[in-house]
Write a protein that binds this ligand. Structure first.
Ligand code: HEC
Length: 496
């Protein structure tokens, strides 16, 4: 076969101007092409600058033309792959609040703008820059607390998880309706989870560690009561009407911060605004976590290289509930999470679907409208992991065997569904008791079947009693130290 001759330099020089005209550049745009000022700036203000602005947590600003123009190519690429704006819950049946996704038309607009050569258009058409409250989104807080000391971070290195304890100084019980988190160094704070501790345990852990804060959080014993989470761009929201967390006098707040280093040394000192209600909560609410205990008893065991390992759990609601939000949780190798509700009449609702989990976005989702789930509804959760070398998220390559554990290099996986029980107060409280008791049984069954196998559940008396006693005292759905040790022994050793 005859190879086609390479084009001569002359032909190339004739072709180049034509090629250049075909490539996106800053060439004058067609009349009707989208412009920055008229089309793109308003869109980016709505969908991007909550994060992409100074102090917003994203690596660069998309507030003005130059910032966007320089990164146009990456922008189109990430927008077309639906990687930006970050939004991982897709394909569920229930609309979620603050859905950040671009519509198909908006995606096409961004692509058309870049194809047209990123024209700026008439700057007088550009909208006024969106104003973000310097202070708190939800207005004047009732109490602002701050990390007692700043925590210094190096320029580079692996991600850091750290817990910080803050005194509230509360002298009476308060009804917490909303919480807003403000990182001191937003460029390094990847996410934060906020807990209440009334036991002094977190304080003791802090005191035992010479540097501000401490590393490993004991689950349970009151420190496990998570009250809020934060990711960049998250919108703080009050709980639905009539709901509140009770904060005991003298309780302390614990922040678990995941740091992702930025290339320069930073110093973090976050603040938290607390908003209290005047009225005690009108009805109880809880979270149904499936599988329970972040998957401690779900038999998570990922073989090295396995690209799909799945854990399922299911729980039948003994009473009707109203579901108002969701919190998925998994670590690096998490791949997909899904929660469905099979209604007694036979319909199935997809409450949450995350086909591509990204551990950096531990987002709390709120349904746009609360969802009524009748008694007899079966909730079904599915969590899948990818422990292959091909996964860009795998922190250890070549892959190793991975089981359940507290460190982010271990795995966890579960979905919390936040619900309240229905009807007048007394009825709602009775229903909540029934719900918690059924959930306790589920946890015990889960723990028992994992430790001993479903056929040997009868022998499970002692752990069952302990678990029941534990959940009778505070019902928060987490493990105490003994159970944690048991879970660890099981997960790290051979099954009894
Ligand atoms: C909720 C916060 C948030 C919103 C909203 C958001 N981004 Fe981002 N963006 C980030 C963060 C954080 C990063 C850094 C990468 C990461 O951590 O995933 C990023 C990274 C990027 C990158 C660079 C990635 C790279 O690899 O260089 C581009 C381009 C981008 N975003 C474009 C956009 C555009 C365009 C929009 C709006 C249509 C948008 N983003 C909305 C938070 C956000």
């Amino acid at each position: 076969m005859k190879r086609p001759a390479a084009p001569s330099p002359l032909v190339l020089s004739l072709l180049l101007p034509t090629l250049a005209a075909l490539l996106p550049g800053d060439a004058p745009a067609a009349e009707d092409a989208p412009t920055w000022s008229r089309d793109i700036a308003p869109l980016f203000q709505e969908k991007c600058v909550s994060c992409h602005r100074a102090g917003g947590g994203a690596p660069f600003s998309l507030v003005d033309y130059n910032g966007a123009r320089r990164r146009a190519r990456t922008i189109v690429e990430l927008v077309e792959r639906r990687q930006m704006p970050p939004w991982h819950a897709v394909g569920g049946d229930i609309p979620l609040l603050d859905d950040r996704r671009l519509t198909d038309a908006e995606m096409a607009l961004v692509a058309a703008w870049v194809e047209a050569g990123r024209p700026e258009g008439d700057p007088s058409e550009a909208p006024e820059p969106r104003v973000f409250p310097d202070e708190w989104h939800l207005g004047e807080p009732d109490l602002v607390i701050e990390m007692e000391e700043a925590y210094d971070l190096p320029a580079d290195g692996p991600d850091i998880y750290r817990h910080f304890v803050i005194r509230t100084g509360l002298t009476e019980e308060k009804y917490l309706r909303a919480i807003e988190f403000r990182p001191g160094a937003p460029s390094v704070v990847h996410h934060a989870l906020i807990y209440v501790d009334s036991t002094g345990r977190a304080r003791r852990m802090d005191e035992a560690d010479p540097v501000p804060g401490f590393t490993e959080m004991p689950i349970g014993e009151g420190t496990g009561r998570q009250i809020a989470g934060w990711v960049p761009g998250a919108t703080p929201r009050p709980l639905p009407e009539g709901l509140a967390h009770r904060l005991e006098p003298g309780c302390e707040i614990v922040i678990q911060t995941h740091f992702h280093l930025s290339g320069k040394p930073e110093s973090e000192r976050s603040r938290i605004a607390l908003y209290f209600g005047d009225e005690p909560p009108q009805r109880p609410f809880t979270s149904i976590q499936l599988p329970p205990a972040f998957g401690a008893f779900a038999g998570i065991d990922l073989a090295p290289g396995e690209d799909h390992a799945e854990v399922r759990d299911s729980f039948e609601l003994p009473v009707a509930v109203t579901a108002f939000g969701l919190q998925p949780h998994a670590h690096y190798r998490g791949k997909a999470l899904r929660l469905t509700a099979a209604l007694p009449e036979g319909d199935e609702i997809v409450l949450l679907n995350i086909p591509e989990w990204d551990m950096k976005w531990q987002e709390e989702y709120r349904f746009a409208e609360p969802v009524h789930l009748p008694a007899g509804t079966r909730l079904e959760s599915r969590v899948a992991w990818d422990n292959s070398a091909a996964s860009a998220q795998n922190p250890i390559v070549p892959p190793v065997r991975v089981r359940w554990g507290l460190q982010s290099f271990d795995e966890m996986g579960s979905i919390d569904l936040f619900v309240y029980t229905e009807g007048p107060r007394k009825k709602a409280e009775t229903a909540m008791k029934d719900l918690r008791s059924a959930y306790r049984d589920h946890l015990v069954w889960r723990a028992g079947s994992h430790v001993l196998g479903p056929d040997k559940l009868a022998v499970f008396g002692e752990l069952r009693e302990r678990a029941l006693a534990r959940f009778d005292t505070d019902g928060d759905g987490y493990l105490d130290a003994t159970e944690r040790a048991a879970a660890r022994a099981v997960l790290q050793g051979p099954l009894p």
